[in-house]
Design a protein around this ligand. Structure first.
Ligand code: GLU
Ligand code: MG
Length: 459
């Protein structure tokens, strides 16, 4: 970031001031997501926006080591409290917040004081990996599905489902009709392309799907959608949680990721000669994802509580395999209805949850997919049954493995994964590992109930 970059950012912000003021904006919040998946924020009054856009706002380097309970898993050499970064908002995504009148929001990139990119900024990392694929003529379309649970009462740490009624039931939608309308309306007003909204299967659970975008946009949208849902809930006295396991029995909250690969305007997940219509590149990318899933779980199921959700026959995709519309395969191929494939075909990675830092997770997925492309990786046979229905011998014969069942397992796979380590760099890998190790220590010996309770209201 040099002087002319700063000057053009300041000018851009200057041009936005009048319209933002006309829309009632008083203050601008800018966020990044830390390694434990918590969205952290700084804000400025509207008249400081040009300064914020050019110079950013200060933030401690120690945020790379923040744990979900705000403990800092800092380096033991005492360097933790020293140093500062600048959070610089991306004005392209600046938007007045419909459910927080007077506020606007923009996601931030983190830079060093020198103006150099902070090597541990997940958003800048994701942008670099997207650009590297673009250099090979490949673009990615991505989207996060958001599942969440609402609970009655803002001050009560106990979980009391904020809506009753059968999964996918109209009764349940009627029970939160005004709230649901306001969620959809706030998202649409903010320019989010809402594709679907429905009551889900778990107690108090709802879901929204949004349109696919570039990876950085998809991660930004996931942050915006989640904070919007939470803000609407506050107005209705409903507490929001994205925890993968709000209550121990039953299904959890997932954070499935949809990905498609494009070259010259053609979707490489459809119309190819491979199985289920995959092109050779679509297959190689998907095979890269499949091969690195155990390590990717340390990004996409980042906390001990994540593993309470990862149960067979819970639609959480806990087996490393792929299959057409198979909700028990970690990679669910979605090809769309006949005729819609060229636009609709994508791979849905189901094993992840919303404790994930959405930038780091997509960065990991792109690094894994890119490794698959480089290696011309191939997929095994697709699986068309729930793997839980197969015996050990059949699983073995088909090469289907259960994904890690603990954070310990996935973290070890992550630390040993050369493709991810190369893409992320040593400092970022070290911080991620430090935060995860610290969470493992924090929750060592905790019962499932204690885990669910301790993490219920943090994300
Ligand atoms: N709630 C399930 C999960 O934990 C997913 C249900 C679905 O496929 O939509 O991921
Ligand atoms: Mg769902």
């Amino acid at each position: 970031m040099d002087t002319s970059d700063r000057e053009s950012r300041r000018e851009h912000a200057d041009q936005l001031l009048e319209s933002l003021a006309d829309q009632g904006v008083v203050a601008v919040a800018t966020t990044f997501v830390d390694n434990s998946g918590i969205t952290r924020v700084k804000s400025v009054p509207l008249d400081r926006l040009p300064h914020l856009a050019a110079w950013g706002v200060g933030t401690s380097t120690s945020f790379d080591r923040f744990r979900l309970d705000d403990w800092i898993a800092g380096p033991t050499d005492g360097s933790g409290p020293v140093g500062d970064l600048r959070m610089i908002p991306d004005l392209r995504r600046l938007v007045p917040l419909a459910a927080q009148p007077g506020w606007a929001w923009a996601p931030a990139d983190r830079y060093e004081q020198s103006g150099e990119p902070h090597p541990q900024c997940g958003r800048l990392l994701l942008d670099r990996l997207t650009e590297a694929l673009a250099g090979q003529g490949i673009s990615i379309q991505a989207a996060y599905e958001i599942e969440w649970v609402i609970s009655d009462g803002l001050d009560d740490d106990a979980f009391t489902p904020g809506v009753r009624g059968p999964g996918y039931g109209m009764t349940r939608l009627i029970g939160v009709s005004d709230y649901s309308r306001d969620v959809i309306s706030a998202l649409v007003t903010q320019g989010v392309s809402v594709e679907q909204f429905h009551p889900e299967y778990a107690a108090g659970q709802l879901e929204v799907s949004v349109g696919a975008e570039s990876p950085v946009d998809a991660a930004d949208t996931s942050v915006l959608v989640r904070s919007t849902i939470r803000a609407v809930g506050e107005a209705y006295g409903l507490r929001t949680t994205y925890s993968p396991k709000v209550a121990v029995p039953g299904v959890g909250n997932g954070g499935h990721v949809h990905l498609s690969l494009w070259r010259d305007g053609q979707n490489l997940m459809a119309g190819g000669d491979g199985r289920l219509g995959l092109s050779a590149e679509g297959e190689a990318f998907s095979a890269g994802l499949l091969g690195h899933l155990p390590a990717l779980l340390a990004l996409g199921a980042p906390s001990p509580v994540s593993y309470l959700r990862l149960l067979p026959s819970h639609w959480a995709g806990v087996y490393a395999c792929w299959g057409l519309e198979n909700r028990e395969a970690a990679l669910r191929m979605v090809t769309g209805s006949t005729g819609s494939q060229p636009l609709a075909a994508n791979v849905e990675v189901k094993c992840f949850d919303l404790l994930a830092n959405p930038y780091l997770l997509l960065a990991g997925l792109l690094a894994a997919g890119s490794a698959g492309l480089t290696e011309h990786a191939t997929l095994p046979d697709p699986v068309d049954v729930d793997p839980a229905a197969l015996d050990e011998a059949s699983l073995e014969k088909r090469g289907i493995h259960r994904l890690p069942v603990t954070l310990r397992e996935s973290l070890d796979a992550f630390a040993a994964d050369a493709a991810l380590s190369t893409a992320f760099g040593t400092d970022l890998v070290d911080s991620i590992v430090a935060v995860r190790e610290s969470e493992l220590e924090l929750f060592d010996g905790a019962t499932d109930e204690e885990l669910a309770t301790a993490t219920r209201w943090l994300h």
